[in-house]
Each structure stands twice: as structure tokens, then as C-alpha cells.
Design a protein around this ligand. Structure first.
Ligand SMILES: Cc1cc2nc3c(=O)[nH]c(=O)nc-3n(C[C@H](O)[C@H](O)[C@H](O)COP(=O)(O)OP(=O)(O)OC[C@H]3O[C@@H](n4cnc5c(N)ncnc54)[C@H](O)[C@@H]3O)c2cc1C
Length: 379
């Protein structure tokens, strides 16, 4: 197994690291405090070609490989998990399904502007009564000749309200359960499509999380994504890839908290010497470092499998489960090792600890990842 990154992957890491440290990091505390969407960071993602990373150049993408994309989300998330998830949701959950399942016409009209960042994308599956049980969709799409008429609502949608293009799932044949769900590409300008509640969150506070409301929203017939009634499969396959993005986000959060902690313990003195000199502190550092490295190997393996066309569903679930747990553990220890200062907003580790928690919940909770992994073992 080759653990060496290619020259291109190293260059992308360097580029995104510099971008994050120079331009994105400085805004992270303020967008956390105000909860505003960081338009400036989004513009930078666009400028650096990070909004259609794995989409081919034919459709305005960057044509990069899956590992370069994971490294990008990791690096952005080291200092701004909000920017990390904006990038991940756009790339994995909006661009990818159109790239994979869209018609040529849909790619021309919707993928091209998404892949160059001219437009922002979102993915809308979750409903008030369909979270983990995503098959229990209540939003309905009825065939009305030239249009699909959508009625229902979605909740907790990342990039909601900010995005121009939404991948929305709805029941087209409620009698068939998950085999009666279809996927649609929905324009923000659609009449009957409104943005409802914007969530006030514990972490990733600059990332918009919105409710979507559909009241007789007219979706053109051509906007059905993939085949009729095959939407659930599209959602599940999309989430498999999305989980690599979230695992990379968790990995980045953990790495950022770790780096900040190493700096801090070397300069903070108690008992007449830096606290880094105490073995009780050093052992924490060793554990944090080892777990981050183990998470990194899982994340990169899942990305590599996807790139090579191998199966990656279980690898993505393992990477997300483990990296999210590591992010929680590492950020909690980071706050502890900063002592009382770690509990204040003068240091960024408290934000990182709040940001880490969501990685155990969205794009399938940790429990769902365990279901995916164990089902594969026990099949
Ligand atoms: C900030 C944020 C952003 C999000 N972004 C998006 C997005 O862009 N698009 C989108 O579609 N969704 C999005 N979501 C929704 C997210 O994916 C769901 O919140 C998540 O899947 C869990 O669903 P739920 O909240 O309804 O929890 P529930 O399904 O009600 O689960 C509650 C608890 O019960 C557990 N549980 C449920 N069923 C089982 C079971 N069978 N066995 C064991 N444990 C179980 C869960 O693991 C969880 O711990 C987002 C959510 C948040 C908070």
C-alpha cells in the first residue's frame, strides 16, 4: 500500500493550507460569533477552483482526484469547519449526483454553473419525520403533464437559502416505500419554493442550515434526476461520497485543535516549566496524534477507493464514524489542556469542540455508520 501523496496532491494541500491560514482562518471566530454566511470565504473557494473539484473540466470542474478533494476539506476545516462543510456539501451532495446521474442537458444547465462556483448547491433529503429513517419521506411530487408538483418540507438543509440549486427528494409513488422516491433538481427561483426557519446552532455557525418549504412548487418535467422512483438509491450513493467529505472535515477539526494545543502547552508555564514537560500532558499528546493519524488513513483509503472505482460505502462509513469520534475526543482534550483559557473565546479550541459534535450527527449519525458497517460484515 502506497501512503505517499502525488506531487499534485501535495501541491493542493500546500495551496489550501496557505489559503486557510492567510484568508479563511481570520474570519472563523467572527462568523462563529455572528452566525453569518461567509460570502468572502465562498468567493475564495470559487476563485481557487474548489467548488467543482472532482468534476471533469468538460463541465467546468477542476478534474482533481477524490483524495485531493478530501485533503482540501481537511485543510479548510483545520481552522474553519464552516468553510469545510460549505465546500463538502456543494461538491459531494450537489455537484456529484448531477455529474453521476444527470442527463447531458442537466449537466449543461445545472452542473456547469455549479462546478465553476457561479452557483451554490444543496442536498435536501431530511424531513421532520424522516431523519435516520430517510425512506419515510412525506414530501410528494405529483405528475401534472409538463410539471412535477411538489408539496412538503425539508429541514436542516446545509447551504439552504444561500444555494441556487437543490437536489430534492420526494415520493412519486407512496405505495412503494423507498422504491417510490424520486430525485429532482430544483431551482431556487421556483414559484412555490420558500425558505423557512434558519437554525441557530451550537457549531459550524457560519454554515446556513435552513428549512425548505414547497407549496405546489412547479418543477419542469426535465428536472427529474435519474430514473423515476430510483431516488433513494441516488440519495444513498450520494451520501456514501458525502461521508468521505464529513470524515475529512472531522479530521481537519481534530488536526487544527491538536496543532493549537501543541503550541499552547509549549509556552504555558506552571510549576516553573512549560506544561509540555509533564508526562501526564505528553501522554495525551501521544494519544491524540496516534488517533488523528489512524483517522487520516481511513479517510484517505475511502477517498482512494472511490477514485479507483472500488466499493467505498463501508470504507466511507468507517472513516466517518472513526474520524468524528476522534474529532470529539481530540477537541475535548484540547480544551482540557488549555485549562480555563480553553473555555474562553480568546482561544479557538472551544469553537473546534462545538464544531466537532455535528460530525457525529449529519450525513448519517454514528449509529447509522455502525448499521452500514455491521450489515456488511453480517450479510
Ligand atoms: C447542521 C446540520 C446540517 C444538516 N445538513 C443536511 C443536509 O444538507 N441535507 C439533509 O438532507 N440533511 C441534513 N441534516 C440532517 C441530518 O442528516 C439528520 O439530522 C441526521 O441524519 C439525523 O436525523 P434526525 O435529526 O431526524 O435524528 P433521528 O433520526 O430522530 O435520530 C435521533 C437519535 O436516534 C438514533 N437512532 C435513530 N434510529 C436508530 C436506529 N434504528 N438504531 C439506533 N439508533 C437510532 C440516531 O442515531 C440519533 O442518535 C443536517 C443536520 C444538521 C443538524
Amino acid at each position: 500500500m502506497n501512503f505517499e501523496l502525488t506531487k499534485q496532491q501535495k501541491m493542493i494541500r500546500q495551496m489550501v493550507r496557505e489559503l486557510t491560514e492567510k484568508d479563511i482562518k481570520s474570519r472563523a471566530a467572527e462568523i462563529d460569533e455572528t452566525g453569518r454566511f461567509p460570502t468572502e470565504s465562498y468567493e475564495l473557494l470559487k476563485k481557487y477552483g474548489l467548488l467543482g473539484m472532482t468534476i471533469s473540466k468538460k463541465y467546468n470542474g477542476a478534474g482533481a482526484d477524490e483524495l485531493s478533494y478530501a485533503i482540501t476539506v481537511e485543510e479548510l476545516s483545520r481552522y474553519c469547519a464552516t468553510t469545510g462543510v460549505i465546500c463538502s456539501a456543494h461538491n459531494s451532495l450537489a455537484c456529484w449526483p448531477i455529474y453521476k446521474f444527470g442527463t447531458e442537458e442537466q449537466k449543461e444547465k445545472y452542473l456547469k454553473p455549479l462546478a465553476c462556483g457561479e452557483k451554490l448547491g444543496a442536498f435536501a433529503l431530511t424531513e421532520p419525520n424522516a431523519g435516520t429513517d430517510a425512506g419515510a419521506q412525506q414530501t410528494k411530487a405529483i405528475d401534472d403533464g409538463d410539471y412535477w408538483i411538489l408539496n412538503g418540507s425539508k429541514i436542516f438543509i446545509t447551504n439552504g437559502g444561500q444555494a441556487d440549486t437543490y437536489i430534492v427528494f420526494a415520493m412519486t409513488d407512496p405505495s412503494k416505500g423507498t422504491r417510490g422516491i424520486s430525485a429532482f433538481i430544483v431551482d431556487r427561483s421556483t414559484i412555490g419554493f420558500e425558505i423557512g426557519k434558519i437554525e441557530h446552532k451550537m457549531g459550524i455557525r457560519g454554515s446556513a442550515t435552513a428549512e425548505l418549504i414547497f407549496r405546489d412548487a412547479k418543477i419542469p418535467k426535465n428536472n427529474l434526476l435519474g430514473s423515476l422512483n430510483k431516488g433513494f438509491k441516488i440519495a444513498m450513493q450520494t451520501l456514501d461520497g458525502g461521508r468521505i467529505g464529513i470524515a475529512a472535515q472531522a479530521l481537519g477539526i481534530a488536526q487544527g485543535a491538536f496543532d493549537e494545543t501543541v503550541k499552547y502547552i509549549k509556552q504555558r508555564e506552571q510549576f516553573g516549566r512549560p506544561i509540555a514537560k509533564f508526562q501526564g500532558v505528553q501522554f495525551n499528546i501521544a494519544e491524540m496524534k496516534t488517533k488523528i493519524e489512524a483517522a487520516r488513513i481511513l479517510v484517505y483509503k475511502a477517498a482512494n477507493n472511490k477514485e479507483k472505482g472500488k466499493s467505498y460505502s463501508v470504507e466511507a462509513a468507517m472513516a466517518k464514524l472513526f474520524a468524528a469520534e476522534v474529532a470529539m475526543e481530540v477537541t475535548t482534550k484540547a480544551v482540557q489542556l488549555h485549562g480555563g483559557y480553553g473555555y474562553t473565546k480568546d482561544y479557538c479550541v472551544e469553537r473546534m469542540m462545538r464544531d466537532a459534535k455535528i460530525t457525529e450527527i449529519y450525513e448519517g449519525t454514528s449509529e447509522v455508520q455502525k448499521m452500514v458497517i455491521s450489515a456488511n460484515v453480517l450479510k
